[in-house]
Design a binder for this molecule. Structure first.
Ligand SMILES: C[S@@+](CC[C@H](N)C(=O)[O-])C[C@H]1O[C@@H](n2cnc3c(N)ncnc32)[C@H](O)[C@@H]1O
Length: 208
């Protein structure tokens, strides 16, 4: 297996010692800027119920839970390695029922309709096998007036990296806007972009 395929597979679903020590550090440090951008866009209020899909090490959930006093914060990830990290990081808030970490493939898990006020997903869309079904499900679990924030890196910088294109599906911001529009978010879809050095990051913010 080439390093490109190995790394791309680890980014999609971290596992083993590499996932535990290397990918968790890559996510916590490498994705920190994008996650704080998402946090701004979510603008969590005390009564929010938030779901983070592909929560990785649970850092976004941890930071959001520190802000939303009476809110509820749930993370889901299908990597055992990441779920263990997220559980450890959030254990205080899990104990009091403010945070929940679920292990599983978001597409396959069952959720009640209209339970979340906000849903986020950061650097995860590349790995969704059927993105239209995933977005449709997100639409269904959001309350009316709820917000979906999907965050990803600019396609130009991702193309420069040695990623396996069979594992990473790359999208332009327009592609993602269209995807959301086709999956129920008919209006109220806006693009927010931010750059740090030579890197550009996008959030598509859609209101139900
Ligand atoms: C590149 S990491 C990003 C992690 C985190 N969101 C961050 O910004 O640091 C992608 C994560 O999404 C998870 N993931 C990808 N597709 C998923 C799915 N369908 N259901 C649950 N987790 C998923 C992977 O296990 C991995 O931890």
């Amino acid at each position: 297996m080439s390093f490109s395929t190995f790394f791309s597979e680890q980014a999609r679903k971290p596992s083993g010692l590499f996932g535990q020590y290397i990918m968790s550090t890559v996510f916590d440090i490498g994705n920190a800027y994008l996650n704080s951008f998402v946090s701004e866009q979510l603008s969590v209020q005390p009564s929010d119920h938030v779901l983070d899909i592909g929560c990785g090490t649970g850092k976004l959930i941890y930071n959001l839970a520190a802000k939303g006093n009476d809110g509820y914060f749930e993370g889901v990830d299908y990597s055992n390695t990441m779920v263990l990290k997220a559980l450890r990081r959030n254990k205080k808030n899990i104990k009091i029922g403010k945070v929940k970490i679920r292990k599983g493939d978001f597409d396959g898990l069952s959720y009640k309709d209209k339970v979340f006020t906000k849903v986020s997903s950061v650097n995860t869309i590349y790995f969704w096998p059927k993105p239209e079904l995933t977005v449709q499900k997100i639409f269904n679990i959001l309350k009316t007036g709820g917000l979906f924030v999907v965050a990803f890196e600019d396609i130009k910088q991702l193309r420069q990296r040695n990623l396996n294109k069979d594992i990473f599906s790359l999208y332009t911001a327009e592609d993602v806007k269209d995807l959301l529009a086709d999956s129920g978010f008919l209006t109220n879809i806006r693009l927010e972009s931010k750059s740090k050095g030579k890197q550009t990051f996008h959030c598509i913010v859609a209101k139900k």
